[in-house]
Design a protein around this ligand. Structure first.
Ligand code: 3UK
Length: 470
């Protein structure tokens, strides 16, 4: 079917489109600016040529993206936080005719701005529309293609049907536009329903995000666990009224139940955890406002199917752990089942995250999920973050090591280590406790907040000779 996505997203709405610094940009402004960008791009490039957008979040990011879609130019959506060598490698692997960054944005000759509203280029629902990058947690980055139809699919099924986003909402996201999570949160979702979005140029920090929440009072806030954890800590010492929030969401990695419970206590509203991926473009399993549960990813988003399989690709019974496969209309891999790389336990219609399939640990002969141990450690009142990997053992027995960040450095004592270990022994199955614990100031995370477990494994390789079994 003929379809160009621009028709579903660049439309008029009586509401503000973008809150940007001290400006309120209307949907009419956005409409004209997308036409200006489309016309300039159509002058400069041929249909089907590839460009790179490597800009911080801004209204221009949005005009450039939709100008490309309307003109039939394919953009690669680049993170602004990669290292020089990573950009070099990616530009080699994915050639482009131009790179737009904060120092090279399209400029217009003021006397000759062409705002003509040309029809969008003829494309099909399944025509290639743009590329995003997926870094995973191992560091190997690859480009993920998406088609014109994928954006509306996520906007209808997740934004409208799952979190009930509507034209009166104002969204704000801790994840930036180049990340699939932020791309939906800050652009395609609000634009699909005619709502407003708040854009922030600076990289997200706890302070930056808190300041923006208080200044713009969004009704829907999209967080990530590492920032939400910092926000909870800051709200505990410095309470603020966040009653303007209708919903908060979390994705990128599992939201620890402790953060959810403390957030509810502080704000009286829940955080809806949901799992998504760059390949799926957005969230495919999510909690709901009327049914959410700590340490649970929730239920299927409409339009998606999921199954949990063993290594022989047979479905495992409810309550048993297996690999999660998904299927649905926004997957970059097409109509087939896709392996997510995540381990899950399904109980009835709910899905419980157990970790990445390459992170699972075998201790005393049984599989252990590092994630469930981290959740248990977080229940200790002095703990703010935890990461669990294999620890060294003198007899080649596998033991676990936890890297732990405390709220207060003065509590970095052997008593605290013993208390953490006892807490795990008391609340988790046999063998699910760390033999070694090391206190650190920060945990290694990716630009999007995911724990980089392979870095923890490297740390462990260098420090194991100093560990003592507790
Ligand atoms: C992990 C989660 C547990 C999981 C993303 C929302 O994170 C996103 O995309 P990525 O391609 O990573 C995908 C992987 O991240 N993950 C994401 N959310 C959760 N694990 N609980 C969660 N709630 O390993 C998944 O396979 O960077 C998130 C929307 C769009 C996205 N692209």
């Amino acid at each position: 079917m003929n379809y160009n996505a621009v028709i579903d997203f660049i439309r008029l709405s009586p509401h503000t489109a973008i809150y940007w610094e001290d400006q309120e940009i209307t949907y009419e402004d956005v409409y004209h600016n997308v036409n200006r960008y489309r016309n300039k791009l159509a002058d400069l490039y041929q249909i089907g040529e590839h460009i790179a957008i490597k800009m911080s979040d801004s209204p221009e990011w949005i005009y450039l993206f939709w100008g490309c879609v309307k003109a039939g130019i394919i953009p690669y959506l680049y993170s602004t936080m990669l290292k020089d060598e990573e950009y070099e490698d990616l530009f080699k692997r994915y050639p482009v005719v131009d790179v737009f960054d904060d120092d090279n944005i399209i400029s217009f000759d003021k006397s000759a701005i062409d705002e003509t509203d040309h029809p969008p280029v003829d494309t099909l629902e399944d025509s290639l529309c743009f590329f995003m990058f997926s870094s995973g947690t191992t560091g190997y980055i690859k480009a993920i293609p998406h088609q014109h139809k994928d954006m509306a699919f996520t906007a209808i099924n997740y934004a409208k049907k799952t979190i009930l986003l509507n034209a009166y909402d104002v969204t704000f996201s801790a994840a930036k536009l180049f990340f699939a999570y932020g791309f939906g949160n800050s652009m395609t979702f609000p634009f699909f329903v005619g709502a407003a979005t708040v854009l922030m140029k600076e990289p997200s920090s706890v302070k930056g995000v808190n300041d923006y929440l208080l200044k713009y009072k969004p009704t829907v806030y999209f967080g990530v666990p590492s920032i939400l954890a910092g926000q909870v800590r800051s709200l505990q010492t410095n309470p603020k009224d966040l009653s303007f929030l209708r919903i908060s969401c979390s994705a990128g990695e599992a939201l620890p139940g402790k953060i959810l419970n403390e957030w509810i206590e502080l704000t009286d509203s829940p955080i809806l955890d949901g799992i998504g991926s760059t390949e799926a473009l957005h969230i495919f399993i999510s909690n709901r406002h009327e049914s959410f549960e700590p340490n649970c990813s929730g239920r299927l988003v409409p339009g998606y199917q999921a199954k949990v399989l063993d290594i022989k690709k047979q479905e495992v019974p409810d309550g048993e752990i297996g690999d999660l496969y998904i299927k649905g209309g926004s997957l970059s891999t097409g109509d087939d089942w896709m392996e997510t790389g995540d381990m899950y336990i399904k109980k009835g219609s709910r899905f419980y995250y157990q970790g990445r399939n390459n992170d699972m640990l075998k201790v005393g002969g049984v599989w252990v999920s590092p994630n469930s141990i981290e959740e248990a450690i977080l229940n200790h009142p002095d703990v703010s973050e935890a990461g669990v990997v294999y620890g060294y053992s003198n007899y080649d027995l596998t033991k676990l090591k936890a890297y732990v960040v405390l709220n207060n450095k003065s509590k970095q004592t052997t008593q605290t280590k013993v208390a953490i270990k006892r807490l795990c022994m008391k609340t988790l199955p046999l063998n699910n406790y760390p033999s070694y614990i090391e206190f650190v100031d920060v945990l290694p995370r990716t630009a999007t907040g995911k724990l980089r477990r392979h870095v923890l494994r490297q740390w462990e390789a260098f420090t194991h000779d100093q560990d003592i079994d507790l």
